[in-house]
Design a protein around this ligand. Structure first.
Ligand SMILES: N[C@H](CCC[C@H](N)C(=O)O)C(=O)O
Length: 260
């Protein structure tokens, strides 16, 4: 059997997109998802996303990490899925869709810049050396010296598998302050179990964490990631973060078919 796929990337965080509105995809086949995401035996991607029908909204997002397991929200994947839905003609420039963490509003412009509303954040756990929060996925945020030469894979894995987060783990973000409105970020992603070139829920978590811990009082923040630039904006009401938007490019790379 052949499957048609589309390949997308958002600041170098790359995804296999499959139109599953006819429900043909064997969703329980973890090994298949893993193989499609494999860069040697398959197409190659950080994750795989199914676009499905939904009765109340424009479409449903179903997200798998490259290890083949369905996971929590993916911000860059969500942005790419909006561009994909636009390419398929499922939506025009504005949409509301459903994902594992609830409803998302988004817009896509003619330059493939997607602005995606993320969940509100009510709880930011501030510790001496790090911050933890959930932006649809769990994120550990930590400022480090010499981010450029930091061993993200080794230190990220130690925190992800360490005693702090137990079996479930967390994504781990290492941060450097550039200015009040600009931070640089490198992320170790759970489920990929390596550094990725960008992480959207991670960039969102960093922007909120930097504001919540007094590193900045800005509510519109640029985040430099390894694969480009993202922007995050939000409204702050006390310790409550609302109207959170993740903004950045979401690009179609190629389409094809693969034998399964
Ligand atoms: N790359 C994603 C994060 C996926 C989250 C996933 N790695 C997990 O927590 O299982 C993003 O852009 O937000």
């Amino acid at each position: 059997m052949q499957i048609e796929f589309y390949k997308y990337q958002g600041t170098g965080n790359d995804f296999v997109m499959i139109d599953n509105r006819s429900n043909f995809f064997p969703k329980e086949n973890t090994k298949l998802v893993e193989r499609l995401c494999d860069r040697r035996f398959g197409i190659g991607a950080d994750g795989l996303i199914l676009l499905e029908n939904d009765a109340e909204t424009d479409f449903r997002m179903v997200y798998y990490n490259l290890d083949g397991n369905e996971s929590s929200m993916c911000g860059n994947g969500g942005r790419c899925l909006v561009a994909f839905a636009n390419q398929l003609g499922v939506i025009e420039n504005k949409t509301t869709f459903i994902a594992t963490d609830g409803l998302h509003h988004a817009t896509v412009n003619d330059d493939s810049i997607v602005s995606l509303q993320m969940i509100d954040v009510d709880e930011v756990q501030k510790k001496d050396s790090y911050t933890f929060l959930n932006t649809g996925s769990p994120h550990h945020v930590q400022i480090v010296d010499d981010l450029e030469h930091y061993n993200v894979k080794e230190n990220g894995a130690a925190i992800r598998y360490g005693e702090l987060y137990g079996q479930k783990g967390s994504n781990v973000n290492f941060v450097k302050k550039v200015s009040d409105s600009e931070f640089s970020l490198r992320t170790y992603e759970r489920g990929v179990e390596d550094e990725t070139l960008a992480c959207g829920t991670g960039a969102t978590a960093v922007a909120i964490a930097m504001n919540a811990t007094g590193q900045t009082d800005k509510t519109s923040i640029d985040i430099n990631v390894e694969g480009g630039k993202l922007a995050v904006s939000f409204d702050k009401l006390g310790e409550h973060f609302t109207n959170v938007f993740l903004i950045g490019p979401a690009k179609f790379v190629f389409k094809g078919t693969i034998e399964i």
